[in-house]
Design a protein around this ligand. Sequence first.
Ligand code: G6P
Length: 491
Amino acid sequence: RSLLQTQLRGDQVIVVSNREPYIHEMRDAQVVVDRPASGLVTAVEPIMRACSGTWIAHGSGSADRQVVDRHDRVGLPPGQGDYQLRRIWLTPEQEQGYYYGFANEGLWPLCHVAHVRPVFRATDWERYVEVNQLFADAVVAEARSEDPVVLVQDYHFALLPAMVRKRLPRATILMFWHIPWPNPESFGICPWRDQILEGMLGSTIVGFHTRFHGKNFIETVDRHLEARIEHEHSTVTYGGRPTLVESYPISIEWPTPEETRTWPSPSQCRAETCARLGIPQGHQLVVGVDRFDYTKGILERLNAIERLMEKYPAVRDRFTFVQVAAPTRAALDEYRAFRRRIEETAERINQRFPRAEGAVVRLLATHHGHEAVMRLYRAADVCMVTSLHDGMNLVCKEFVAARDDLRGVLVLSRFAGAAREMPEALIVNPYDVEEVADAVMVGLDMPGAEQRERMANLRSTVRENNVFRWAGRMLTDAARLRLRQRVSERV
Ligand code: G6P
């Protein structure tokens, strides 16, 4: 944290993201502050608590508008930090075209290779451009100097860096792309390919989770724009301005000793979870925690659970699979159809393997807060993260952070960015149902000593490469480039 503050030396920080970091809701005549289920918020929020500044976000539908209006432009609840939140309100047409349409039916499937076809509509694109301009105007309005540090989050704002650059040419603009970047051929099908690349190249730095995604981005620029690429410096020069393209693996805030002291013991967590869900106390628990999204491999995971029971009949009465699936983007057909398919598959598996002790698959399709999820992680024998494609994935890092008892086995998709940092997990191809079923079996039978060894290594990796290091590395690069700019302006 102090490194971040040193890097910034009083510079103003403005964050732009679609998702708001907290939600104000009215419950039983009381205003309740809650956190949305979002990997992005999990990662960026601690950084803002450390740096202060202003966070500009879409006042999304999850919040109660009337309550939020009163809490617009306020700081965090006392004791939680001192940054300001500025909400941008969108019309239903803007939200539909920009967020549901272009961002989530276009760019999301385009960048995640999960075999869902992207949809490109000209009207969605128009709303996307309009909303990017709205947020860019808000950045300019918030800027107290001509060179603020602007942290632009994700695929909702590909055009914003160039829009801000036009008005604040000396700003330091860091764009972080939280999802994968595909190869040039795949990206090339987007009708507004060049505008998106040009928009992003307004940034001082474009960051990805992995080198591989950065390389794909540089190759896409090389293929489609007249730009100069310096591979050895990972720099793209377009329109006379350089942009550094780097990888910064995102992470979580490592829990403090004060926090972990308040955690219930793993056996308490297990007893509570079993009692709450009517699971026999002696059962082993396999858990999954995701948004209800087709990129997360929830269907493949269920198929693997089914295969596990076919292949290893002795395990059938020994474990229960608990899947938390937080509702997300439910206004889109693709997401509603996906949810139905998962519910039907879970039902089918439960009917195929009826058990006196209750269903083998428990699907909990509601939002679970941080505390509830942490208890589930601590109760688990095996945690499954089987994304078909994922920029990073923070569930696996949160699972590891929750296991200070050094127990629990992580089954992790090779197609999640996190797999590159977490080789002590059981790494699987989520499309290979045999391999995943076998990995879960290995996890259920893994001796305690091996669990401890693997978990200790995973924990030291995540503890060290925590989210402050992610932001610190990006801001160190930004500080270097700011200095270079100041020096070059002097000569
Ligand atoms: C995940 C992705 C982020 C993305 C977010 C959007 O967390 O990793 O890259 O910004 O989903 O989710 P939302 O619910 O806000 O559409």
